[in-house]
Write a protein that binds this ligand. Structure first.
Ligand code: SF4
Length: 404
């Protein structure tokens, strides 16, 4: 559809009527539509997809099992190179303790992601997942973004589908959509994340995961070096894969957090976030759920997201390390998330990873302690090396010399 730059009314009407827009139309909307119009269109789609007036959230814990990484993405403030004294790997016992704490406040899963650590072989992950499932049979593992799966495939010299099958056999329940950044290789090369996963490789991991029966999420980190058209290309590639597999449960977008990164720069504004979120709600017509990213935007913009297409407040989270390393440190416990949802005019419900409603807020059913700050992977200065690491072969020189 050709768009008259002076008149986007026909395009607005098309979206209002439920029509699918192409990349050119999405670009015209993003550039020309007033923010209130974009928001109203996105809110209309949210209301059509979720007419029950519910906004969901999950109680889980965002655990980063290691910060050692060979990928060295220029936008990342979290990783430490191999051999760094600040590098860590969490022990199985530390992870069990985190799960105990998560279950105590009503949590149902770990979001488990980490650096590309050459000294953690596939067997380490399999043993960990099995041990978690033996102790906590109904607890879910939403773990290992596509670049981590690719890293394990390269490290183990096994094809991606085999790695996914082995991880599922060990207890993997779902794959988070991290590491997508912008699914355009020009951008990925500039961000030094092309070698960890090309756009096609990222999408292929998700394709294989969906074929293997896993549901996964999709993400987009915008606001680095991409053009508006490349943001839209990213959305189009996700929409195409969703048409093919139907395996994505949700889409989450957030802005690049520049502090302490090699790339540096400035953070996108709140209006840009809301416009990008609204546009993604319009373009991703085959995605059921959109999360608000309060962890990067703060509670107030997170709440506003519910008027710009989001129907989910994401996670109570309990712990966060990656965004904090880049300078953002927002915290909302269940009570605060529910207060924001209800104040926006919705009913708040707890959900699981498949976006099935589990029930009302836990704090209304029993006493749970207030959580006024997010936990970290470890206490500052804690440099202990887990005992079980000596049973796993290291690949790096530093790792080999540390493991007799
Ligand atoms: S974003 Fe992930 S893969 Fe990239 S450097 Fe950071 S930890 Fe490593």
């Amino acid at each position: 559809m050709a768009v008259d730059s002076a008149n986007i009314t026909p395009l607005v009407e098309k979206v209002r009527a439920g029509g699918r827009i192409d990349a050119g139309e999405a670009l015209a909307l993003y550039r020309l539509a007033p923010t209130a119009v974009l928001g109203a269109l996105a809110d209309g789609i949210r209301a059509r997809k979720h007419p029950d007036g519910l906004v969901t959230y999950i109680i889980d814990r965002n655990v980063n099992y290691t910060n050692v990484c060979v990928a060295k993405c220029s936008f990342c403030a979290f990783y430490r190179p191999v051999g760094s004294p600040d590098g860590y790997v969490l022990g199985f016992d530390e992870l069990f303790r985190k799960i105990d704490e998560t279950i105590a406040v009503g949590g149902v899963q770990l979001l488990l992601q980490g650096g590309h650590n050459p000294d953690l072989p596939l067997s380490w992950y399999e043993d960990l997942f099995r041990a978690v499932k033996e102790r906590y049979s109904s607890f879910k593992l939403h773990a290992l973004s596509p670049p981590e799966v690719i890293h394990l495939s390269r490290l183990s010299q096994l094809p991606v589908p085999v790695v996914i099958e082995r991880l599922i056999a060990a207890g993997l329940d779902s794959i988070p959509g991290g590491g997508a950044e912008i699914l355009v290789d020009r951008v990925r090369k500039l961000l030094h994340c092309y070698s960890k996963a090309t756009a096609d490789e990222w999408l292929d991991v998700m394709r294989h995961a969906h074929r293997a029966g896993l549901r996964t999420t999709a993400t987009m980190m915008y606001g680095t070096v991409e053009t508006d058209a490349e943001r839209i290309e990213h959305m189009m590639r996700l929409r195409d894969l969703q048409d093919e597999t139907g395996g994505f449960t949700a889409f989450i977008t957030w802005s690049y957090q520049p502090d302490h990164t090699e790339l540096a720069g400035t953070e996108a504004t709140g209006v840009d976030y809301l416009r990008t979120l609204a546009l993604s709600r319009i373009v991703l017509d085959n995605f059921d759920n959109l999360q608000a990213s309060w962890v990067t935007q703060g509670g107030k913009v997170g709440q506003l997201s519910l008027a710009y297409g989001a129907n989910d407040m994401g996670s109570v989270m309990i712990e966060e390390n990656v965004v904090r390393a880049a300078g953002a440190s927002y915290c909302m416990d269940e009570l605060e998330i529910v207060r924001n949802i209800e104040d926006a005019g919705f009913a708040a419900k707890r959900r699981n990873m498949h976006y099935e409603v589990l029930g009302d807020p836990v704090f209304r059913e029993r006493d749970v302690p207030r959580m006024l700050e997010l936990a970290t992977a470890r206490e500052a200065g804690d440099r202990h090396v887990p005992d079980e690491l000596r049973f796993y072969p290291a690949r790096s020189r530093a790792g080999k010399s540390a493991r007799p």
